[in-house]
Design a protein around this ligand. Structure first.
Ligand code: DAH
Length: 343
């Protein structure tokens, strides 16, 4: 073997060396990189290499050195990191376990589910729909044509590039979508998030949740509406709860009313929650205006119906005596964890 072949053989040796532990790694280092390493003997032969091949020889020797250095560095790192990994496996079985904290349902979700559950027992089915609406479904079909003053009741977020597109201001838009696509009997409950261009304060927010109800069939009367709401408030707030209707105005219902319930905190005697009146307002309702039925291709001579809409935040705040609506969207776990028990 000439000195070139010996060097090639050494390179192969370096490449094929098996290193499984720190001891073998140290032996490798001494053999190929240490102060008396094998390369030095070979390099000493440089003087016998003919001049024209000296460069080639030098490069070959260098490649052996480089291969040894690289292999050493890679295996050193691998051995060190597997040492830390195995160190982690030394589990101290006497240590106390981590406390697993149970999540809690959001109070809005809790109240929304309670409302849905009550109406489901009366045969209402849940219908949801889009938050980004067009003018027709949010306003016009609901008897609020353009320039109708009632549009001012709800400060609206419009999309600048297309004024026909709005963030829905109420879940009444779902009524329209359902009536356009189904014939009576219709008995739906529509929960969802709504948006209004309101200044954010303790009492109002630019987004909140509503639940809308709609019942359309032959001969649906105001008495049916009253019975339904009476059942609902007794289930939600307790069997002694009573309702009181005050005449009101909504463009999509005629007649319309606002519904108060006897204060479930003081039972009607007067307290801070009901501002000492004994009553708290919880929803709006009425008989669906025949014009709205017509807009949705339902024959108002054959069918009639009632609708109602309530704010979930409002009911939640009353029920749990929450004084600031912002708490319901800030996701502060100190606040939210208080509802842990209330599954
Ligand atoms: N859409 C009304 C609002 O956002 C609430 C409402 C009132 C809904 C009366 C109704 C209703 O269906 O009959 O203020």
């Amino acid at each position: 073997m000439d000195i070139f072949q010996q060097t090639e053989a050494l390179l192969q040796e370096v490449q094929e060396a098996v290193i499984n532990n720190p001891e073998e790694l140290e032996a490798f280092r001494i053999r190929y990189l240490g102060s008396k390493n094998k390369l030095k003997d070979i390099f000493a032969e440089m003087k016998n290499v003919p001049n024209e091949r000296k460069k080639e020889f030098g490069q070959l020797v260098n490649s052996v050195k480089q291969a040894a250095e690289e292999k050493y560095a890679i295996i050193k790192e691998a051995l060190e990191s597997s040492a830390t990994a195995t160190a982690g496996q030394d589990i101290d079985l006497t240590l106390p376990g981590d406390v697993v904290t149970l999540g809690a349902r959001h109070p809005i979700q809790l109240v929304k589910n309670q409302i849905i559950e009550i109406f489901k027992r009366l045969g209402f089915v849940v219908e949801e729909d889009r938050e980004i609406e067009d003018d027709w479904h949010n306003f016009t079909a609901l008897n609020m044509p353009e320039d109708h003053p009632a549009r001012d009741m709800q400060d609206t977020f419009f999309v600048q590039v297309n004024p026909d597109v709005v963030l829905r201001t109420h879940t009444s838009s779902i009524q329209v979508r359902v009536m356009e696509n189904q014939q009576p009997p219709i008995r739906i409950l529509s929960p969802g998030r709504v948006f209004r261009n309101e200044t954010i304060s303790a009492r109002s927010h630019c987004f909140f949740h509503q639940v809308e109800g709609l019942y359309i069939d032959e001969q649906v009367s105001f008495a049916d509406l009253l019975q339904t709401l009476d059942f609902f408030v007794k289930e939600l707030f307790g069997k002694d709860t009573r309702i009181k209707l005050r005449p009101s105005y909504f463009p999509f219902t005629e007649p319309s009313a606002e519904v108060d319930v006897t204060c479930f905190i003081c039972g009607g005697g007067g307290c801070n929650v009901c501002k000492h009146s004994g009553w708290v307002e919880i929803l709006g309702c009425g008989m669906v205006d025949p014009k709205v039925l017509e807009n949705c291709n339902i024959d108002p001579k054959k069918y009639s119906g009632f609708a109602f809409g309530m704010g979930v935040e409002r009911i939640t705040m009353l029920k749990y005596q929450i004084k600031d609506i912002r708490l319901l969207s800030e996701n502060d776990t100190r606040f939210l964890s208080q509802f842990r028990a209330a599954f």
